[in-house]
Design a protein around this ligand. Structure first.
Ligand SMILES: Cc1cc2nc3c(=O)[nH]c(=O)nc-3n(C[C@H](O)[C@H](O)[C@H](O)COP(=O)(O)OP(=O)(O)OC[C@H]3O[C@@H](n4cnc5c(N)ncnc54)[C@H](O)[C@@H]3O)c2cc1C
Length: 478
């Protein structure tokens, strides 16, 4: 049994691991050292905070608070002494039996003239931390226009948020179309049209060449000779795993800290989870894998399930931007054998693409209002055969008796269907929590954690709780 566990990083992975360790039996001391001055918060919800749809207290994560966990915020770890099994902070050495690196990732500041990562101008802000979000909001206060460099998921969420605050917003993206990792060119074009309707202009296929900022505003120079001006510039140019500590300690680092299925590095006393970890050549960069890794590591470290192993699950990406429904999953873009079905209706901002191989979905893009989105995600998640009538999925029409199950009615949803992607909570788990006495949405959420990640499944959880209440009242009055 591990006696002293030290976790470096109080982000979404580190805080969750502390909570998972606390929930398991055993006598151990858990110390969490976090560089940020804040208690743990839900980084995913920063986009929603930026958009003004929630307030700062709503992003706090409470699971690692209290519980006898020695939580120290504003304490960066500066070095790891592997032979002494100690980590160093400014002024202290803390011993460990097992060390967990959960140092996450940092926003990339592009190497442009006028941008010094160590000394960014006040009106130029990356988008990764709560402090970044506060700085963007401070700069946006009283501003009339904003530029966002980077047309990936986070850049678009930031742009939509700033536009909803009334700023004239322009996204500058060096690639040919938006979100090129998740979308094909046709979907990118429909999305650009939808964004235009919300006051977000998109400049594509044009790299930035320089930035100049002073108290009056920001100037962004483009490779085609144009110059754009605005009151603030948000940098959303990707993230890089924070591997400095691991590298300095001599652990194997490629793009991230290399870990095996048990999340162990090449030092058996040190593990890594979350955005800083590289498993099987993959950097996950998302919260569902980070939380799954925290679960597996807690099982292994506490001996609850020494055979637990991390197995990556298929990933579904959803854009969190008011008025824009977008889900992308698997590999919807690259060619290869199989069926490819697309439907485009730019006037309605609707686009759908399904890639099917051996009667299974291997990738999909659903943009705009498509009532089949829940069903498509379930089919993809579970690897179930798609219905014979593919149009039902593509166009979102009611499904026939084809073997696929409509997501609309909780009664017809299979128990194994994943409702909360971030926490991997199935409908069956929600029903079980209800049967164990959780009788409100809040109680079911507290019992299962469903809805505590991006929050995108809250309506679905509410629908299941409503359905259970009604089913029970029918049973009682019968
Ligand atoms: C605006 C935004 C929206 C997002 N939306 C989604 C989404 O919808 N869905 C999704 O799945 N993912 C989303 N993500 C990504 C998600 O937030 C990350 O995958 C997740 O936060 C990873 O958790 P982590 O703990 O590994 O890293 P982090 O949450 O980055 O936490 C790492 C922590 O370690 C600390 N740290 C680093 N070095 C040290 C050190 N030497 N000593 C002490 N502490 C240290 C850092 O300060 C930080 O607090 C979003 C990210 C952002 C920024």
């Amino acid at each position: 049994m591990t006696a002293r566990v030290v976790i470096v990083g109080n982000g979404m992975a580190g805080a969750r691991l502390a909570g998972e360790l606390h929930a398991r039996e055993g006598d151990r001391k858990v110390t969490v050292l976090g560089a940020e001055p804040h208690r743990a918060y839900n980084r995913i919800l920063l986009s929603t905070l930026l958009a003004g749809r929630i307030d700062e207290p709503d992003v706090e994560l409470t699971e690692a608070a209290g519980h006898g966990i020695d939580l120290r915020t504003g304490v960066p770890v500066t070095a790891i002494d592997r032979s002494a099994r100690e980590v160093h902070t400014d002024g202290e050495r803390i011993g460990y039996d097992h060390l967990v690196l959960a140092t996450g990732a940092r926003a990339v500041v592009p190497p442009l003239p006028g941008l010094d990562p160590a000394d960014l101008p006040e009106r130029v802000v990356p988008f990764r931390t709560l402090d970044d979000c506060r700085r963007i909001l401070a700069a946006a206060d009283g501003a009339r226009s904003a530029l966002v460099l980077g047309g990936g998921l986070l850049g678009l969420e930031a742009a939509r948020g700033l536009a909803s605050r009334g700023l004239t917003t322009t996204v500058v993206h060096p690639r040919e179309h938006l979100m090129e990792r998740q979308l094909d060119p046709a979907a990118g074009a429909v999305l650009a049209g939808t964004l235009a309707g919300f006051g977000v202009t998109v400049q594509l296929a044009v790299p930035a060449t320089g930035v100049a900022a002073d108290a009056d505003g920001v100037r962004l120079d483009l490779a085609d000779g144009r110059t754009l001006h605005a009151d603030l510039l948000v940098l959303s140019c990707g993230v890089r795993p924070d591997t400095a500590l691991a590298q300095a300690a001599g652990l194997t680092v490629r793009r991230g800290v290399v870990v095996d299925d048990r999340l162990r590095t090449d030092d058996r006393s040190i593990s890594a989870i979350g955005d800083c970890a590289e498993h099987d050549g993959v950097l996950s960069g998302l919260v569902a894998p980070a939380w799954a890794q925290a679960r597996v590591l807690a099982d292994v470290l506490t001996g609850t399930d020494p055979l637990a192993r991390y197995r990556p699950q298929p990933v579904v990406t959803r854009l969190k931007a008011a008025g824009i429904d977008l889900a992308s999953m698997g590999d919807p873009v690259s060619g290869g054998p199989g069926e490819e079905l697309t439907f485009t209706d730019p006037a309605r901002g609707t686009y759908a693409r399904l890639r099917i191989r051996d009667e299974r979905l291997i990738g999909a893009i659903l943009l705009g209002d498509n009532p089949a989105v829940g069903t498509v995600i379930q089919l993809f998640d579970r690897g179930h055969p798609v219905p014979a009538d593919r149009r039902a999925l593509l166009l979102g029409r009611a499904l026939g008796t084809t073997g696929a199950t409509p997501a609309a009615s909780p009664a017809l949803m299979p128990d194994a269907a994943t409702v909360c992607q971030c926490n991997t909570v199935s409908k069956g788990a929600l029903v079980r929590s209800w049967r164990s006495g959780a009788r409100t949405v809040d109680a079911v959420v507290a019992a299962t954690r469903a809805g505590t990640g991006c929050g995108g499944c809250r309506d679905a959880v509410g629908g299941i709780v409503d359905w259970l209440s009604q089913a029970e009242s029918v049973e009682v009055t019968r």
